[in-house]
Design a protein around this ligand. Structure first.
Ligand SMILES: Nc1ncnc2c1ncn2[C@@H]1O[C@H](COP(=O)(O)OP(=O)(O)OP(=O)(O)O)[C@@H](O)[C@H]1O
Ligand SMILES: [Mg+2]
Length: 214
């Protein structure tokens, strides 16, 4: 099943970032997007995940063109179906790690999965305040928070940027297992060739175009 289809997207800020970007994501599939810093990877992820409107082109998620959606409909889609793991963690700083997961639990009606905490190795620190956690622990808590709500599409912007390579591999494995088990898909932005190659398809933003390299 097609989860997401992007057709001929273009976007500019002060200058043209890219044009004619098209891609399709199917269930149980993972896509990596690579490219130099400033090439527009995060912007593209924002266009694909309802956070930003493209200058041109269309994004269809689960069969619906998102440009035609009312604010409420797209907010519900984002809350219930999309999982966003971004470069900054956006955890609630005054709360403990566990309380952050509880927010996700309440909003989505899904239960916190104990085995997820185990796999992410955050069981020991789960009751500490977010501000007392290391950058890598915060990153893993934000991944747990996103997976707790059982999204159909995961958008991850350098989700393992603060992790050592062994932990990064384990976290990636968890994402792949999640997609397989839940018929979900993932679009991953990464600078890491090895992690990118673990995905089914690899694209690179280069000279204002999105080129398929795997
Ligand atoms: N909201 C914005 N307003 C104006 N310019 C922006 C905005 N967001 C991004 N840009 C510009 O667009 C360009 C691409 O930014 P983007 O964050 O998409 O790059 P990136 O490929 O994700 O880079 P990195 O690998 O460093 O994260 C940059 O030059 C950035 O300054
Ligand atoms: Mg970026």
């Amino acid at each position: 099943m097609n989860l997401l289809s992007a057709q001929n997207l273009s976007h500019s800020f002060e200058y043209k970032l890219f044009s004619n970007v098209s891609l399709d994501l199917y269930e149980k599939e993972s896509i990596a997007i690579m490219g130099m810093s400033g090439s527009g990877k995060s912007t593209l992820l924002h266009l694909l995940s309802t956070l930003l409107k493209p200058d041109e082109g269309t994004v269809t998620i689960l069969g619906k063109d998102i440009s035609g959606m009312k604010t409420k409909e797209s907010a519900l889609l984002k809350r219930n179906k999309l999982g966003l793991v971004f470069q900054s963690h956006y955890l609630f700083k005054g709360f403990s790690a566990y309380e952050n997961l509880e927010v996700s639990e309440i909003l989505s009606g899904q239960k916190i999965d104990d085995s997820l905490l185990q796999k992410l190795d955050i069981k020991e620190c789960i009751h500490q305040k977010v501000t007392q956690l290391s950058g890598g622990q915060q990153q893993r808590v934000s991944i747990a928070r996103v997976l707790t709500k059982k999204p159909t599409i995961i958008f991850a912007d350098e989700p393992t940027g603060n992790l050592d390579s062994k932990t990064a591999q384990e976290v990636m494995k968890l994402f792949f297992e999640y997609c397989e088990e839940h018929q979900a898909g993932m679009i991953l932005v990464t600078h890491d060739n090895h992690l990118a190659n673990m995905c089914d398809k690899v694209f690179e933003l280069q000279n204002r175009e999105l080129k398929r390299i795997k």
